[in-house]
Design a protein around this ligand. Structure first.
Ligand SMILES: [Zn+2]
Ligand SMILES: [Zn+2]
Ligand SMILES: [Zn+2]
Length: 395
């Protein structure tokens, strides 16, 4: 049995059940809605997740994971996290105060134009700095990296005083008098850092091993590596060891700036299943000019695909539909999360019978789960292998 469920919560969170495993891909905005949704879906009061994946650090994906392990009902065997975080995680958790002071210094000293270019999503400047950052990583070329050494083993310092380092840093940023755009971006990066810090802190406290999946190591030769048989990265290489701390200017700013563009993508294939499941996150599924250089170029699956709507059906990722279409034939699209303006025209262009959402906002539907089950058995009726439980999409 292979089952994918889009959980009926705000933000994006998918549960994959396959080969006896439970894999959570992103956690929506908050664990307070995620945990009850998981319990209801699985009919269990205590849940063990074999893998918890965070595709990228945005709040609508990472927010619900930041204190997931603090909930008594939840335990996990592994976290799979973006490799770019591994550059900052030690400093961020062990020297939180210093980390934020460093970030404030970076924002204070950088010239406006440079920071502006680094914080925009599509710029070559950030690519060059990132390429330098990832030049020293060691990647899993063989598909089975060693299991030892995956625990974080961090020694967080106790917080002094009532005001957190993040709050202090935000105040300092306000007082720097930088342009509103830079100040806002810096404040966002502090919120992002806090999500990353809390995820790392909880994994560390519970001794949950962490595996790192690095987009930039992938982007150099465009060969994905690592993961497991039930789920492989599409646009990342699994790191064998976390990279050592690089001493580059603006490294905090850069490492934390990486968001949608480098959102991790995973594919669940498998011989016994009738469908492949593609978890697109907020990725455009390609890079280069208008993201036209597909991550899936030269690959093709013969199985029907179930794909999650890239970036909640935003047209900023419209290019992704072509990339996915060239990779395989999509039997069903699932959409979760997003803003009121989503989905936009590219998603709405898909025939209505082939798509569904956890919420079709235009019709003000309440949040509903979408559950697709592949029975993974031989059926004489070719349609009998798949059951789709959802409402019709009216977007
Ligand atoms: Zn995002
Ligand atoms: Zn998102
Ligand atoms: Zn819809």
């Amino acid at each position: 049995m292979k089952r994918i469920t889009a959980l009926p919560i705000k933000g994006e969170s998918y549960l994959l059940e396959y080969l006896g495993k439970k894999i959570l891909v992103d956690g929506g905005y908050a664990s307070s809605t995620l945990v009850p949704a998981l319990k209801k879906q699985l009919g269990l009061s205590k849940i063990h997740l074999d893998v918890v994946i965070c595709t990228h650090s945005d709040n609508d994906h990472a927010g619900g994971l930041s204190d997931l392990l603090d909930q008594n009902a939840i335990s996990a065997s592994e976290f799979w996290l973006p490799g770019s975080w591994s550059n900052v995680i030690k400093d961020l958790v062990e020297e939180t105060e210093l980390f934020y002071k460093g970030l404030v210094e970076e924002v204070k000293e950088a010239d406006e134009e440079h920071l502006g270019s680094l914080s925009s999503e599509e710029t070559q400047a950030i690519d060059w700095e990132l390429a330098a950052l990832s030049s020293n990583v060691i990647v899993a070329e063989h598909l089975e990296p060693p299991r030892e050494g995956r625990r974080l083993q961090l020694r967080p310092k106790a917080q002094v005083g009532k005001t957190t380092a993040a709050v202090k840093a935000k105040r300092s940023i306000t007082m720097l008098g930088r342009s509103p755009g830079i100040a806002r971006r810096a404040a966002e990066l502090i919120d992002t850092s806090e999500r990353i810090r809390k995820i790392a802190l909880s994994a560390n406290a519970k001794g949950v091993p962490v595996r790192w999946f690095d987009y930039f190591a992938y982007s150099k030769d465009r060969t994905a590596a690592g993961g497991e048989d039930f789920l492989r990265p599409v646009n990342a290489k699994e790191l064998l060891v976390p990279p050592t701390q690089p001493l580059l200017q603006f490294h905090r700013f850069i490492a934390l700036s990486r968001a949608n563009r480098e959102s991790l993508v995973f594919l669940s294939s498998g011989d016994d299943a009738h469908v492949d499941v593609l978890f697109c996150g907020d990725s455009p599924l390609g890079d280069g000019h208008h993201y036209s250089n597909s991550f899936l170029a030269g690959q093709r699956t013969g199985k029907p695909l179930i794909a999650t709507a890239p970036h909640h059906g935003s047209d900023s990722n419209a290019m992704a539909y072509g990339h996915i279409g060239a990779f395989g034939s999509v039997a069903f699209w699932i959409r979760a999360g997003g803003k009121p303006e989503h989905p936009e025209s590219a998603y709405r262009g898909i025939p209505a019978g082939l798509r569904t959402c956890t919420h079709c906002r235009h019709k003000k539907h309440p949040l509903q789960s979408v559950c697709i089950t592949d029975k993974c058995e031989a059926f004489s009726d070719p349609l009998a292998w798949l059951t789709v439980r959802s409402h019709d999409c009216s977007c």
